[in-house]
Design a protein around this ligand. Structure first.
Ligand SMILES: NC(=O)c1ccc[n+]([C@@H]2O[C@H](COP(=O)([O-])OP(=O)(O)OC[C@H]3O[C@@H](n4cnc5c(N)ncnc54)[C@H](OP(=O)(O)O)[C@@H]3O)[C@@H](O)[C@H]2O)c1
Length: 216
């Protein structure tokens, strides 16, 4: 299993996953393209992650995490250098949230129902092995989620079976039950789970929940 992870994205998701990977023994480079954020990022990762720009993270990672604002994800890939992602597992956490505000607690997306952000990213970087993951749960529950002994379900998808095996192993280390929904097109169903997940929060019901797929 690869032990070097590059994280493209300096927000709370990038920070949370950086710390999760570090706790699990991975080496991490986290990237921001805003130089003024670098010192804060070093502090938020307790000096244990190397901090660079998006390209540094893409070059460093044997596995790469994309954790940028959805509307900036394609630009972030370009800035990171699409060639650096060839043949690598790329964990796509991004949701295509539009700038327009939620309607009665329902987020608006800039994609339509018969497409997804991850399909756009996979087309933009055809040799990268994208796997959707971490997109349907709040950052507070991405690493070692505690629901009284129940593991939340993390829905994943992607075209490359080896890449999905990498991500399954990481998710299991992080404490999730994994449900593989198939190929990249399944991102059309997984990305909107974020809309559903956010509704209780925006409507005053709190943010302390997660999805669970029941099977028999
Ligand atoms: N927050 C959550 O709990 C949560 C849960 C599930 C999924 N997600 C998804 O995970 C992703 C990251 O979320 P987040 O809350 O950590 O942070 P965020 O504020 O959505 O994204 C911050 C990152 O996006 C980059 N960025 C912003 N605009 C950009 C642009 N135009 N071009 C290129 N890069 C741009 C920033 O670059 P700089 O570093 O240069 O500033 C920064 O690295 C999002 O797509 C979000 O929908 C979030």
């Amino acid at each position: 299993m690869s032990r070097r992870v590059g994280i493209i994205g300096s927000g709370i998701v990038g920070q949370t996953l950086a710390n999760g990977f570090i706790e699990c023994g991975y080496q991490v480079t986290i990237g921001t393209n805003t130089a003024a954020k670098r010192d804060e990022l070093r502090a938020k990762t307790n000096g244990k992650a190397t901090v660079g720009n998006f390209e540094d993270a893409a070059k460093f990672g044997e596995i790469v995490v994309l954790a940028t604002k959805g509307a900036g994800a394609e630009a972030a890939l370009t800035a990171a250098g699409i060639a650096h992602l060839a043949g690598k597992t790329v964990i796509d956490t991004c949701n295509p949230i539009a700038d327009a505000p939620p309607v009665n607690g329902v987020l608006q997306y800039f994609t339509s129902q018969n497409e997804s952000l991850m399909e756009r990213l996979q087309k933009a970087a055809p040799d990268a092995r994208f796997v959707k993951a971490f997109s349907c749960i709040g950052n507070a529950f991405m690493v070692a989620p505690d629901f009284d002994g129940q593991k939340p379900t993390m829905f994943i998808c992607g075209d490359h079976e080896g890449a999905k095996a990498d991500v399954r192993s990481i998710l299991e280390q992080f404490g999730h039950d994994v449900a593989d929904m198939g190929t990249v097109e399944a991102a059309r169903a997984i990305e909107p789970l974020c809309i559903l997940w956010c509704i209780p929060g925006f409507r005053g019901g709190g943010w302390n929940h997660a999805f669970k797929l029941l099977r028999k």
